[in-house]
Design a protein around this ligand. Sequence first.
Ligand code: GUN
Ligand code: ZN
Length: 444
Amino acid sequence: MGKPDHCSILVNMKAWRASVLYFADPAQAVLETDGLLVVGPDSAGRQVVQAVGSYSALAPRFPGLDITHLPGRIIAPGFVDMHIHYPQLDVIGSPAEGLLPWLENYTFPHESRFSDAAHSTEVASFFVDELLRHGVTTALAFATSHPASVNALLGEAQRRKLRMIAGKVLQDQNSPDGVRDDTEQGLIDTEALISRWHGVDRLGYAITPRFVPSCSEAQLRGAGQLAARYADVWIQSHVAENKDEVAWVKELYPQARSYLSVYEQFGLLRPRAVYAHCIHIDDEDRALMRSTGTAAAVSPTSNLFLGSGFFDYLGADRTGFLYGLASDVGGGTSFSPFHTMLAAYYVGREGQTKAGVSLSPQQLWWQHTGGAARALGLEGVVGNLVPGCEADFVILNPQATPLLARKTAQAGSLDELLFALIVLGDDRVIEQVVISQAKSASGP
Ligand code: GUN
Ligand code: ZN
């Protein structure tokens, strides 16, 4: 067989000319104002970024390439949402005194409906479309305790070729009928779902103990054993979100040094373990997060809505553990990464002891793209637009509203441009979402 000629390679390649945003390294965003993004199949047939840079430098290297020119638009990595509950789509905006009454009065009743496969599929379909409409192209999601709820979500993600990681919730105690599972059966179902879904197309599985109060010791131990057996499967849970929750865990495990250490005791801290919130933790916990490679899913709209507290960014950076941004819908109030980044900015300002310190727009954007991907163990796979990354990207219209058009026209720097989008942006800015397609290099 002869070497493929240049033209047959180009037939399978495609390029977009616009401003292109990518990360050279963490929090160091690059905007090629007249940029070119070249996408084509890798050896496995996945559509990945082949080249990124200035149009004038790159275009001569690809003569005859099919180029879509989008003047005035910005191409940016698809957003990564590190923690979201698809069965809480209809729970958004349910006010409560705090986490525990919110779970009891709204969340558990809604989640009990997911024993019905048709309901699961209807919600999953809406949910996945809503993620895409907001430019989220990778998510780590909770389903409910019903195995069919996972099949519904991952089935809908698979149909749209989306990168999605999800898991069946383990909760065998302190939960009402309708959402409580059986200790052993929950673990058996988890293993069956790993076999069915993990590594299929762009899908992954996450072992999902809801949180310490809702899982018996036997269930947490079993979850840890599965996590040891399936090292590349994710783990997702919640920790130290709310003071009443922390006090409850103290009653359940009086000997434990901290809430986080309970998860350690059961083998549930490791790379690819993601814990939502991590608010009421101390430096010893932070060091444990770092030494085990465990990541935090920072969920600022949820923390503000439920009055849970403020993630300590200074503490996180002082100790250097992995973290990224998450919507935490339905505790969270929005699917929009712009809203989440803005809330993180507020938290960064209000939650710090050092007055005036907060996050730069480049740091915020990184935390919802490349930083979140890194925290998930998916660096170089998603969350950035450098060669080798899967070609999941958004096409942004910085003139989507009159005020945005006015404000972005005045931006004198990349920071000013990104801040205008973060503060004023929402789904109207997401003009188009392009998802990496698995296509054979020799295919049509
Ligand atoms: N802790 C345990 N379950 C949940 C949940 O569904 N949402 C939030 N925000 N915290 C939790
Ligand atoms: Zn959550």
